[in-house]
Design a protein around this ligand. Structure first.
Ligand SMILES: [Cu+2]
Length: 332
């Protein structure tokens, strides 16, 4: 009896060991599978179904765009500073051009009309579009002549901060202002922010600009509003030809995306250099009420033609705090 019981216990123990080994092995094999599927993969440009007609003609790729934008490239008069209007080139009368927003997977159509005195194209910077939509004259398409129109069509690729800009006679056309933000939203909930701002950094006409303005006009038109306890996102896009180490007073910010790609380990900093052509997304938590300047730390870039302060300087302004600047404004 005792021997039978002992044998049963032994058999049970062997079965248990076998079961444990089976689970452990399947666990290992599952982990391997997960590891394989978690490998970063680049799916390349989204495949789209071609319709009738050649690329560059409206309706050639799809007949039902989710986002359709009409852009005109024009010679414009733009006020960078109060009392200082300069002749620039811009889209839809603006410097920078209008921000384009789409959700990943959207069918995007952009109809461009060239009202400039010379040929132009648009390049979708940082975005995986089909090659013939990349906007490089002589390489992927013909230059769009003055008075002509052209249609770009592509699927909005992965979410992130990008830009669009001219790719014709770029030395001249980019410095004159032919660019804008292109933001692709994630499909399905990713981090939500209380507010979101986009800052385009550029230099033109001897002035350093944020969203087309130099300080102090940046404070009139581009103040970054926040309230204590809020979490905001600031997307920065450097469309100019110089590096700009952007520095925020009174806070650490979290660099969450570079070139529209999320960082697996966000960097906590208070100064982040932005190279020409680069985009940087930073998250700011409203933990320190006040009016805090946010500026390029190349001090020459914080001048208007050598006169300090000017240029690339704006402020993060708490709505639930009255600063010295606001008291002075109220008193005058
Ligand atoms: Cu700078």
């Amino acid at each position: 009896m005792a021997r039978n019981l002992g044998r049963r216990v032994l058999i049970l123990a062997l079965f248990s060991l076998a079961a444990i080994l089976a689970v452990a092995c399947s666990g290992t094999s599952d982990a391997t599978d997960i590891g394989e599927t978690a490998e970063p993969s680049n799916p390349g440009p989204a495949q789209i179904t071609l319709g009738d007609g050649p690329a560059g003609v409206a309706g050639s790729r799809f007949t039902d765009p989710d986002v359709e934008i009409n852009l005109t490239a024009d010679v414009i008069q733009w006020q960078i500073l109060d009392g200082e209007t300069v002749e620039l080139w811009g889209y839809n009368g603006q410097y920078p051009g209008p921000a384009i927003r789409a959700t990943e997977g959207d069918k995007v159509r952009v109809n461009l009309t060239n009202n400039l005195p010379e040929a132009t194209t648009i390049h979708w910077h940082g975005m995986e579009v089909p090659n013939d939509q990349d906007g490089v004259p002589g390489i992927t398409q013909a230059d769009i002549q003055p008075g002509d129109s052209w249609t770009y069509e592509f699927i909005a690729p992965k979410s992130g901060t990008s830009m669009y800009h001219t790719h014709s006679n770029t030395m001249v056309q980019l410095s004159r202002g032919l660019f804008g933000a292109f933001v692709v939203e994630p499909r399905g909930g990713l981090p939500q922010y209380d507010r979101e701002y986009t800052l385009l950094l550029h230099e033109t006409a001897g002035l350093y600009t944020i969203n087309g303005h130099a300080f102090p006009k940046t404070l009139e038109d581009d103040l970054l509003k926040i309230k204590t306890g809020e979490r905001i996102l600031i997307r920065m896009i450097n469309v100019g030809q110089l590096h700009h180490p952007m520095h925020l007073h009174g806070h650490q910010f979290k660099v969450v995306q570079l070139d529209g790609n999320p960082l697996t380990s966000p960097l906590v900093m208070n100064t982040q250099d932005i190279a020409p052509g680069q985009t940087v997304d930073v998250e700011v938590n409203g933990t320190n009420p006040g009016t805090w300047v946010f500026h390029c730390h190349v001090i020459g870039h914080v001048t208007n033609r050598g006169v300090y302060p000017g240029g690339m300087l704006i402020a993060l302004d708490y709505e639930d705090h009255t600063s010295y600047m606001e008291e002075q404004a109220a008193a005058n």
